[in-house]
Design a binder for this molecule. Structure first.
Ligand code: G6P
Ligand code: MN
Length: 445
């Protein structure tokens, strides 16, 4: 079985390969093709993978290429993990937004819109080629902003593209753990958009255990989201929000913390990864050790500014390894081997949230089998959450329209309608600022 990874020179590819190495089952991946625009990055990552595979008999073969069509042809699965504009682009997204006093996070607010405007045309090109060159392949989208990018691709691939994120899984796991339950036995009632969802219940053997957590301030204060949002706010909401909702509910504090930070997240990661890829130019360097050191530092500093502004302290050791590669592997196995499972994924709505149309990509628990991911019916969201979901989906639709038409006015509309952009004039300045720094936005006229 052939797995193609687009963005194959990316820093997180060894996580995926590490997960593949643990899979000894029938029908496992035998060939991994890494595609990237940058040959140097491909070679660096291939060295890490070679060291990972060294002691593993039957490890999947790895080949690298800079030819996209060659990478796609004959693929059974395609993981799309590209980063248009690189981490420097992410740092620019943050800087331009913060200069206007608004958030520049890569998936939320102005930064997410800028990143989406750059990424959608490239993702659409990939989707069109995949539909032509690998019509039976399943495309798993890792690229952020994951919901928006998955929706853009779904217009060409239908339900053959599925978006993934590890944050709902991590959230469910943490809640189950504080309740003393086995996360594998828990049904997590979660719904929303990517990075904009809420856990409204957690059922174990049919019984909802979330009220027990919400009633106990000590338990609430004992895990990441409880520390980030505070027990009072979670009790008021009657739900546990995805950690990315911190950017909405505590927007002022988050913007201030990012403005005061020595480096923004994108700038920090750009420097950190530049050092890693530079180190890999030395043929004598220990690739896996250098990669692992860099990974550990990245994970330990994840959302550090948010946690600091909330007084939440360090991350729990158990939360450090994200696990999105595990979600991807579980998804791929369920489809390839018809191993029925339940995963929270980004798929087309198909009536689950009645306030959105059927084609809107949402994040929702899905039953997965060889026929793909089937969203499960869930209870409607309360009005405040429905309002946010609809507003942000409306913005995503303007981003998709701007990418399709190349209309600058539509791009301004996308920024202006976002709940975290507080003036049409700010939206205009953002479009100015972003088109000045990003060559990938030259299509906006
Ligand atoms: C979480 C999010 C992902 C994000 C990742 C890394 O897992 O769900 O969407 O890519 O964190 O974040 P970072 O800030 O380290 O790039
Ligand atoms: Mn994510």
């Amino acid at each position: 079985m052939k797995l193609t990874i687009l963005g194959g020179g990316g820093f997180r590819v060894p996580l995926v390969y590490g997960a593949l190495l643990t899979d000894r089952g029938e029908g496992r991946v035998t060939d991994v093709v890494l595609h990237d625009l940058d040959d140097g990055r491909l070679r660096a990552v291939a060295r890490v993978l070679a060291e990972q595979a060294a002691a593993v008999p039957g490890a999947p073969r790895v080949t690298v290429t800079t030819d996209l069509d060659e990478a796609l042809r004959g693929a059974d699965f395609v993981f799309s993990a590209i980063r248009v504009g690189g981490l420097e682009g992410r740092a620019d997204d943050e800087r331009v937004a913060l200069a206007q006093g608004v958030l520049g996070q890569e998936t939320v607010g102005a930064g997410g819109i800028a990143y989406g405007l750059r990424t959608v045309p490239v993702a659409v090109d990939i989707a069109r080629r995949a539909a032509r060159l690998a019509p039976d392949a399943w495309v798993i989208n890792f690229t952020n902003p994951a919901g928006l990018v998955t929706e853009a691709m779904s217009r060409h691939l239908g339900d053959r593209v599925i978006g993934i994120c590890d944050s709902p899984v991590g959230l469910g796991r943490r809640i189950a753990r504080v309740l003393g339950a086995d996360p594998k036995q828990a049904w997590i009632d979660y719904v929303g958009l990517n990075h904009l969802g809420w856990v409204r219940g957690l059922r174990i053997a049919g019984r909802d255990e979330l009220p027990r957590l919400l009633a106990d301030p000590d338990l609430l204060g004992s895990f990441e989201e409880g520390k980030l949002f505070g027990a009072d706010w979670l009790q008021s909401l009657g739900a546990i929000p995805n950690e990315y909702l911190h950017y909405y509910y505590f927007n002022r504090e988050a913007v201030r913390a990012y403005q005061q930070a020595e480096k923004t997240r994108g700038a920090f990661l750009a420097d950190q990864q530049a050092r890693f890829y530079e180190e890999m130019r030395d043929p004598g360097a220990a690739a896996l050790a250098a990669w692992d050191r860099t990974r550990a530092e990245r994970e330990a500093t994840y959302m550090a500014e948010n946690r600091e502004s909330a007084g939440a302290g360090e991350r729990d050791a158990d939360d450090l390894s994200g696990g999105y590669e595990k979600v991807a592997l579980a998804l791929m196995r369920a489809i390839a081997r018809d191993e029925r499972t339940t995963l929270i994924l980004n798929v087309r709505n198909q009536g689950v949230l009645s306030v959105l149309d059927d084609d809107a990509v949402i994040e929702v628990p899905c039953l997965v089998d060889s026929g793909g991911a089937h969203p499960v019916a869930v209870a409607p969201l309360p009005e405040h959450a429905t309002g946010l979901v609809c507003a942000v989906k409306g913005v995503e639709r303007e981003v998709l329209a701007a990418a399709e038409s190349g209309s600058r006015a539509t791009a301004v509309k996308a920024f202006a309608l976002h709940p975290l952009v507080d003036s049409v004039n700010v939206a205009r300045s953002l479009v100015e600022g972003y088109t000045d720094v990003h060559p990938g936005l030259a299509y906006l006229k």
